[in-house]
Design a protein around this ligand. Sequence first.
Ligand SMILES: [Fe+2]
Ligand SMILES: [Fe+2]
Length: 299
Amino acid sequence: MTTAVDGKQLLRERLEGLRQIPTIPAVLTPLLRYLEQPVEKLDVEKITNFLAQDKSLAAQCLQMANSPLFGRWQQVDSLHGAVVSLGLNHVSDIAMSCGLLKMLPGEKTGIDPIVFWEHSLGCALLCRRLARNINLHDPGKAYLAGLLHDLGIIVNLWLLPDEFGEAFEAARSEGIPLHETEQRILGFTHCDSGRLLAERWGFAPDLVEVVAYHHAPQASSQDVALVSLVHIADLLCRTGGLNYGYVEARQVNLSEDAGFTLLVRNSEALRKFDWARLSFELDSYMDEAHRLVRTIYRG
Ligand SMILES: [Fe+2]
Ligand SMILES: [Fe+2]
């Protein structure tokens, strides 16, 4: 078994030496930055221009715009028309999901890419909803943070596919969180590897923290509220049927959760938040994430 120190050393060396580490599709970095703004400041023309730079992304958006999933009855044949027709929120969902999907290794891995992106997208939708409702954060930023929080899983799939597969199988059979078995088997977690990649890609410091500390929000120093928000959304997804294809066998009591306590400290609105209602809504987010990801994959 690898010790924690060996594991982190090994991780660093492998990451340095790996030539085929996934690169973020070129258009996504500026698009990511652009989408950090509040939605009312976003410009359709500008988003159309970003998408036009990547032929396969543009084609995917056109295809989605014409998909019955979005209830279209008229043929959309321009990228601009697709952006208008889908709406800015859906365009960014599709662009980010398609772009990031390309980064998963092609060969068979232990984790099903569909369930991985369902988890990420479900978490993103939930982060945006929570952020809006508790008036805590810019919803666009919260959405991105939710979408990218498990970036390290992609890194682990590239770096140590066999060992990661073993950690994933152990987590699934024991019904426990993945980061616990990663620590035990790899000596590091997807938070450690995700952090290295997020830094290498030049993510903003608060997004780096989300990737690094979403399983330990108390360790964050840049933006405790954002990290805690993602932590809670992730927890709700993992225990609410939107995990990586298995169910964690543990009861979650939000009021005893470290991230929840941190968030309550930052938000008056959270104390009065209607959690019972949210749990009903959670199902519709799950459906939305399922539908979107499966349509993108079948496309
Ligand atoms: Fe995670
Ligand atoms: Fe997660």
